[in-house]
Design a protein around this ligand. Structure first.
Ligand code: AP5
Length: 237
C-alpha cells in the first residue's frame, strides 16, 4: 500500500509511521527527518532549508518535491511506502499524484490525524527524540525504559529545536492555513481516512489497519502484494 499520513505537528504521524514500518516493513518516508538530516550534515539542501525550519515555516515546494521524488524512486519503495508529513499543500499533493502516475503507481489512502490545538502543545513540549536514531518518546505518554535514554540504542534524548511553545504555535497555524485544500482534494478522490488522533496509540494503529485491510484485496491483485502479505502476516494487536 502507498500511504500518506497527514495532520498537524504533534498529531502522531511519525509515531504511527514508525509502528507500521516496524510491524510491516514498509519504508517510513519522513520529509521532516530527511530535512533535519540535511541540516545536520550541512548539505546544500540543509543550508537552504534550515531557516524555514527554525521559524516553523514550510520549506519551498521545489526542494521538498525533489527529495521525495528521489526517495520514492528507490527500490525499497517499490512495494509500498508511508509518507509522513508530505504532501502538506494542494500543490505538493498534485505533484506527488503526477509523479506516481508517471511510474504507474497511485496512492491507496491518505490518513488525516485530527486533533485539537491544545493537545498538540502538550504533546510537543513533552516529546523527546533520540539524538542518533530519531526514535520518539514522550515524558508522560511514551516513556523510555531508562529516563533520558533511547530504548533502541541507549543514546541521549533531546527536545527538538522547533518544539519550543512559540514555534509550535506557528507550525500549527501554518498547517491550519495551508492544508485544508489538500485534505478536500483527497476526500474528493475517495482516499481520505480521518482518525481521532487523541485516542491511545494502539487504538489509532488498529483503526488505520482496519481501513487498509478493507482495501487490501484490491492491492493483493497487483504488484503491491508484498505489502498486503506483510499486513496479513502481522498481528493486529
Ligand atoms: P516534521 O518533522 O514533518 O514535523 P511535523 O509535521 O511538524 O510533525 P511532528 O514530527 O512534529 O509531529 P508528528 O505528527 O510526527 O508527531 P509524533 O508522532 O512525533 O516537519 C518539520 C519541519 O520540516 C516543518 O516545520 C517544515 O519546516 C519542514 N517540512 C517537513 N515536511 C515538509 C513539507 N512537506 N513541505 C514543506 N516543509 C516541510 O508525536 C508527538 C508526541 O506525541 C510524541 O512525543 C509521541 O510520543 C506522542 N504521541 C503520539 N501519538 C500519541 C497518542 N495517540 N497519544 C498520546 N501521545 C502520543
Amino acid at each position: 500500500m502507498n500511504l500518506v499520513f497527514t495532520g498537524p505537528p504533534g498529531a502522531g504521524k511519525g509515531t504511527q509511521a514508525a509502528m507500521f514500518h516496524a510491524r510491516h516493513g514498509a519504508p517510513h518516508v519522513s520529509t521532516g527527518d530527511m530535512l533535519r538530516e540535511a541540516v545536520r550534515d550541512a548539505t546544500d539542501l540543509g543550508e537552504r532549508a534550515s531557516a524555514y525550519m527554525r521559524r516553523g515555516d514550510l520549506v519551498p515546494d521545489e526542494l521538498v518535491d525533489a527529495i521525495v521524488r528521489a526517495r520514492l524512486a528507490r527500490e525499497d519503495c517499490s512495494s509500498g511506502f508511508i509518507l509522513d508529513g508530505y504532501p502538506r499543500t494542494l500543490q505538493q499533493a498534485r505533484v506527488l499524484g503526477e509523479s506516481l502516475a508517471r511510474d504507474g503507481r497511485r496512492l491507496d489512502a491518505a490518513v488525516l490525524f485530527a486533533i485539537r490545538d491544545e493537545v498538540l502543545l502538550e504533546r510537543l513540549v513533552g516529546r523527546r527524540v533520540c539524538v542518533r536514531c530519531g526514535a520518539t518518546y514522550h515524558l508522560s505518554h511514551k516513556r523510555p525504559r531508562t529516563a533520558g535514554r533511547c530504548d533502541l540504542d541507549g543514546m541521549a534524548l533531546e527536545l527538538r529545536k522547533d518544539d519550543d511553545a512559540e514555534t509550535v504555535r506557528h507550525r500549527v497555524a501554518v498547517f491550519r492555513e495551508l492544508t485544508g485544500p489538500m485534505v478536500e482534494y483527497y476526500r474528493g478522490e475517495g482516499l481520505l481516512l480521518q482518525v481521532d488522533a487523541e485516542l491511545p496509540i494502539l487504538k489509532i494503529y488498529k483503526e488505520i489497519r482496519r481501513f487498509i485491510d478493507g482495501r487490501s484485496p484490491r492491492s493483493r491483485g497487483r504488484a503491491r502484494g508484498v505489502w498486503a502479505a506483510r499486513l496479513g502476516a502481522a498481528p493486529i494487536g
